[in-house]
Design a protein around this ligand. Structure first.
Ligand code: NAP
Length: 248
């Protein structure tokens, strides 16, 4: 691996935590494929920003819940960059309702994007990583996957699922040069948490031992650490980053 410029695909890389991850990996000299779903303009703007840092970058559209779109994105990565060394499964959504009010579609949409999306992308990534005997997979879960939360049974199930899934994957590829780990953020300042009503936001902030939400850049540093070549002996682990809100 040494000496060769590596390539990463970051799903949901256009904004929020994903954008910070793209910026950090580019700053570390890694070529970046930015996965996104709807907002082409924002993703293309980030491509220009990353290229100005001296790495190759491309914005690739596709919904992670759709296997055919995922396959197209991975084909494009191969075509443009020739290789895939790092996969960050960061794309994710919330659709909150208490269970009594949660219809099947709301349940399914979150599971399909957060859990099936991770499955689709990991499976495709292995096609590139196993033959080359090298890969770093980082799956973004959530503190909610560990604690549960009122109104988030779908989200909690998807994020807890990501943890069990990643541990199984880590075992399956442990002798193949591929590592798989989980990053489980607490409450981070992004568009996702902007949806939280002000009075609840304040209550959450008070409950965090550090008395503040985290920044996307703080999560990005942890992801970049796990993506490093030197992190070869770390696999199947779950890393919390939550200002002390949950300790395992
Ligand atoms: P965000 O600001 O809402 O950004 C979500 C990203 O995911 C966007 O780039 C979006 O692209 C993409 N995306 C959404 N649906 C997609 C789909 N079907 N296919 C492909 N891409 C899709 O979210 P965030 O707060 O940065 O969260 C990023 C990850 O961290 C998520 O997995 C989330 O569950 C997790 N997390 C967040 C927090 C937090 O406090 N923010 C805490 C714990 C865990 P488009 O804009 O193009 O649709």
């Amino acid at each position: 691996m040494s000496g060769k410029r590596r390539t990463a695909l970051v799903t949901g890389g256009s904004r929020g935590i994903g954008k910070a991850i793209c910026e950090k990996l580019a700053a570390d000299g890694i070529n970046v494929a930015i996965g996104y779903n709807r907002d082409t303009e924002t993703a293309e703007k980030l491509v220009q920003e990353l290229r100005s840092k001296g790495v190759e970058a491309a914005a690739l559209q596709g919904s992670v819940e759709n296997l055919y779109e995922v396959k197209r994105v991975f084909d494009q990565v191969k075509e443009i960059f020739g290789t895939l060394d790092i996969l960050v499964n960061n794309a994710g959504i919330t659709a909150d309702k208490t269970l009594v009010k949660m219809e099947r579609e709301t349940w399914l949409r979150v599971i399909q994007i957060n859990l099936f999306g991770t499955y689709h992308c990991c499976r495709e990534a292995l096609q590139a990583m196993l033959p080359q005997g090298y890969g770093r997979i980082i799956n973004v879960s959530s503190i909610i996957g560990l604690t549960g939360n009122v109104g988030q049974s779908n989200y909690a199930a998807s994020k807890a699922g990501v943890i069990g899934f990643t541990k199984s994957l880590a075992l399956e590829v442990a002798t193949k040069g591929v590592t798989a780990n989980v990053v489980a953020p607490g409450f981070i300042e992004t568009e996702m948490t902007k949806k939280i009503p002000a009075h609840i936001y304040q209550k959450i902030e008070e409950s965090i031992p550090m008395k503040r939400f985290g920044q996307p850049e703080e999560v990005a540093r942890l992801v970049a650490f796990l993506a490093a070549e030197e992190s070869a002996y770390i696999t199947g682990q779950v890393y919390g980053i939550n200002g002390g809100l949950y300790m395992n």
